[in-house]
Design a protein around this ligand. Structure first.
Ligand SMILES: Nc1ncnc2c1ncn2[C@@H]1O[C@H](COP(=O)(O)OP(=O)(O)OP(=O)(O)O)[C@@H](O)[C@H]1O
Ligand SMILES: [Mg+2]
Length: 267
């Protein structure tokens, strides 16, 4: 089972947006996906919780409930959610300790193993205790990079942490640095993109760019992936389909109907 953490040193850069939309796209491509929100501020849950109190949560799971009772079904059969649940700001250390305990992420991974091909972890901002615990249990990490000045400075800390974990023997690989909130008509934004392309080897980069667009705010207010904003998905949603296709081989995920060679156009 692939364990993909979406993480970044900086806050508010689009981690939750990326985790939710990418999990949706990968699930739509047939991979049985569990999206786990590990942010004590409950980013994915926040907007969903407004639609009614949601007792099923990671917090409930950590308190001993079975996984099957805590995960939420979605419109897509292949996508399930595990929301953070109630974690008071004063209890973050306790939350982190229970995640790190044998009854925490270790048990979660074991319980999810036979039901899912992929777990996507949304993490809190920064590389603090919760993010670190998640990274220690992950096989892959993906980081959104905001195409805005100073954004590149924070990449180093994430790369150092990945390097440290690898040196300790953990097979953690950086899947990609994904440029998000890019503004093609803004020179400063394009300059950040160019700097990223110049500084990092191709294997850390992807062709897909996520544009800055007000539609993202609309989607995150409703707590839905862009694809579910309307019956006909907005064109911006296609970026995540493309990203899913691009990183699938890097994650070692194969599509069930993967077909060798071209297919006849005529039937
Ligand atoms: N491509 C985009 N264009 C415009 N707005 C965006 C884009 N991606 C995300 N946003 C908006 O930016 C805000 C922050 O995004 P998001 O919550 O995904 O970031 P985050 O890194 O998870 O934040 P945090 O560090 O607080 O967890 C949200 O209001 C979201 O709607
Ligand atoms: Mg978030």
């Amino acid at each position: 089972m692939v364990r993909l953490a979406v993480a970044s040193q900086k806050g508010g850069v689009g981690k939750t947006t990326l985790a939710l939309n990418l999990a949706f796209s990968l699930a739509r491509r047939g991979h049985r996906t569990l999206l786990v929100d590990t942010d004590p501020q409950g980013s994915i849950g926040l907007s969903l919780a407004r639609k009614g109190e949601q007792p099923q949560s990671l917090a409930g799971y950590l308190a001993g409930a079975p996984l099957s009772n805590m995960i939420l079904k979605t419109r897509l059969q292949e996508l399930h959610l595990l929301l953070t649940g109630e974690v008071s700001p004063l209890d973050i250390d306790t939350f982190a300790r229970s995640l790190a305990s044998p009854h925490g992420l270790d048990r979660l991974l074991a319980d999810a193993e036979e039901h899912f091909d992929l777990i996507v972890f949304d993490t809190p901002s920064g590389l603090g205790s919760v993010t670190r615990i998640v990274l220690e249990q992950s096989s892959h990490v993906l980081s959104p990079i905001q195409a805005e000045p100073l954004a590149l400075r924070s990449i180093r800390q994430l790369l150092d942490l990945v390097g440290t974990l690898r040196a300790q023997g953990q097979p953690l690989s950086l899947v990609a640095l994904v440029l998000v909130m890019i503004q093609m008509r803004n020179e400063a934004s394009l300059a950040v993109a160019q700097e990223l392309w110049a500084q990092f080897p191709e294997e850390f980069l992807v062709e897909t760019l996520i544009p800055r667009d007000p539609i993202f705010l609309q989607a995150s207010t409703l707590g839905v992936p862009l694809s579910l904003l309307s019956r006909t998905p907005p064109p911006q949603a296609s970026a995540f389909e493309r990203l899913a296709m691009e990183i699938e081989p890097r994650l070692g995920l194969t599509c069930e109907d993967a077909h060798e060679g071209p297919i006849n156009l005529l039937v």
